[in-house]
Ligand binder design. Structure first.
Ligand code: FES
Length: 118
């Protein structure tokens, strides 16, 4: 797991954008965890070329979503196989709250993540 620091998070920081890695460093169909400014984020690269990011801790019982498999644009938690939608973070099970999602942008070969202000 790679740990990245924000260059100038500041005391009254707004959203912060950080370069995570090169696109080729994200395995297709799987996830990879990064620690960014103290938050563990799971980043996924789908088979059709999209990249998305969620909090790594599953909202059910904190399973590591980065270790889950992708089915289309859903990540399947490795603990109990609940599924979370990439864009909204919604869960396919009733009474389980959505996982936090983060903005990911690919520019050329670089992958950037935007974290909201803490
Ligand atoms: S911990 Fe993720 S589905 Fe239970």
């Amino acid at each position: 797991m790679q740990t990245l620091a924000l260059k100038s998070p500041g005391r009254n920081a707004r959203a912060a954008r950080v370069r995570l890695c090169d696109l080729d460093e994200l395995p297709v169909g799987l996830g990879r965890a990064f620690v960014v400014a103290g938050r563990t984020v799971a980043v996924f690269r789908t088979r059709d070329g999209n990249v998305f990011a969620t909090a790594n801790a599953c909202p059910h019982k904190a399973g590591p979503l980065a270790d889950g498999m992708l089915v289309g644009h859903q990540v399947v938690c490795p603990m109990h196989a609940f599924r979370f939608t990439a864009d909204s973070g919604e869960c396919d099970q009733p009474n389980v709250c959505a996982v936090t999602t983060y903005l990911v942008e690919v520019e050329g070969t670089a992958v950037f993540l935007t974290l909201p202000a803490a």
